[in-house]
Design a binder for this molecule. Structure first.
Ligand SMILES: Cc1ncc(COP(=O)(O)O)c(C=O)c1O
Length: 370
């Protein structure tokens, strides 16, 4: 095949560091796997049943591009309950939260537009911003992963078009304070910027009720999904709500790309919204505490407020990459920080795992810290 076949835009797209760890994982026997960014629990029975019922009822055709009314209405009712006075808002079901991220960026970013987000960042942000022709502008949040809105103000130029914020965050688990989200939301409004809020971990907020910037800026574009909350990452169901005109554009683009979110899963999604996940969330909170308590004296850790990750600093002068290689040599899978960052000083642990697996990981990590 001629190299020329590959479009120039693919030169900007890097293979995820997570994929590399998965490849190494495949070679290990019974590794301690704390690398995976997905819940370790099975899909609740009520959701499985709804999916099976949808198959049996032959719900296998295309749905409306924007998704089935039963699910859209139920989600929108929840948005209306949580946020009063939203006048200009519509909702679209997407192929995972990722689908909503691609569509929202493709529908808002022109070539050369700058998009601000925070470092450490979710791996897809720089890739999708560049795919849309935009220029990533990252704001460093080390060492405590807090949002400094003054830094955002300073980073805004005449080319800035959008800001992406992710709360609770991947890979740090950090939850920005309510005040910083308010100030960020107001800044976006003041500067007339698109504020994209990735809330896929909103169910996993352990220390305080979840805050969305939508509360302070009624034009916020909210991305959310079922993957993490209900342990259904492979089923690909997400949703996005935002101003009508933007959602219309996203629907137009979805029609020619993803077509619709998977039909069977949309029906399962209706049942999912009635499932109480609080016991799982309490369990994940306990796992967070277990890890932070056990590693706190050997590692520098900013205790995370949500999601299911912690992002410790590598002790000594080793890079994240070198540390992760040592960990893998000790049968432990974790992800180097530079997968999510311009720095290579930290590593990500996912505690979406059994307590037994977490305890084995703690033992290895304590040994590696010495
Ligand atoms: C911050 C963040 N946003 C979006 C996604 C994508 O989720 P989905 O499976 O809904 O596409 C992930 C998945 O890891 C994530 O961590």
């Amino acid at each position: 095949m001629n190299e020329r076949w590959i479009a120039n835009r693919m030169q900007n797209i890097q293979v995820s560091g997570i994929r590399r760890v998965f490849d190494l994982a495949a070679k290990l026997k019974n590794p301690v796997n704390l690398s995976i960014g997905q819940p370790h629990f099975p899909i609740p029975d009520a959701i499985k049943k709804a999916a099976k019922d949808a198959i049996d009822a032959n719900q296998n055709s295309y749905t409306q591009t924007q998704g089935i009314a039963a699910l859209r209405n139920k989600l929108m009712a929840d948005v209306d309950r949580r946020f009063t006075g939203l006048k200009d808002r519509n909702i679209l079901l997407t192929s995972g939260t990722s689908g909503g991220l691609v569509l929202s960026l493709m529908c808002t970013i022109n070539p050369g537009d700058e998009v601000i987000f925070f470092d450490p960042f979710f791996v897809m942000y720089p890739q999708f911003v560049m795919l849309a022709g935009g220029v990533p502008v990252v704001i460093d949040t080390y060492p405590d992963f807090k949002i400094d809105v003054n830094k955002v103000r300073d980073a805004i130029t005449t080319k800035t078009k959008a800001i992406i914020v992710n709360t609770p965050g991947n890979p740090t688990g950090a939850v920005p304070t309510r005040e910083s989200l308010r100030d960020l939301a107001k800044l976006a409004k003041e500067k007339d910027l698109v504020l994209i809020s990735d809330e896929v971990y909103s169910a996993f907020s352990y220390d305080e009720p979840f805050t969305s910037p939508l509360e302070f800026n009624d034009e916020t574009v909210v991305l959310d999904g079922f993957s993490k909350t209900y342990g259904m990452t492979g089923l690909r169901l997400g949703f996005c709500h935002g101003p009508n005109k933007l959602i219309d554009e996203m629907i137009k683009l979805q029609q020619f790309t993803y077509v619709c979110a998977p039909s069977i899963v949309q029906h399962a999604g209706v049942a999912a919204l009635d499932v109480d996940m609080s016991a799982i969330v309490a369990d994940y909170k306990a796992k967070r505490d277990r890890l932070c308590d056990a590693l706190g004296d050997s590692y520098e850790i900013t205790k995370p407020g949500g999601a299911f990750y912690i992002f410790p600093k590598v002790p000594g002068n080793r890079t994240g990459q070198a540390f992760v290689e040592d960990a893998i040599a000790n049968n432990l899978l974790i992800i180097p920080g530079n997968t999510f960052s311009h720095r290579d000083t930290h590593f990500r642990i996912s505690y979406a795992a059994s307590d037994e697996m977490i305890d084995r990981g703690i033992e290895i990590l304590r040994k590696l810290a010495k």
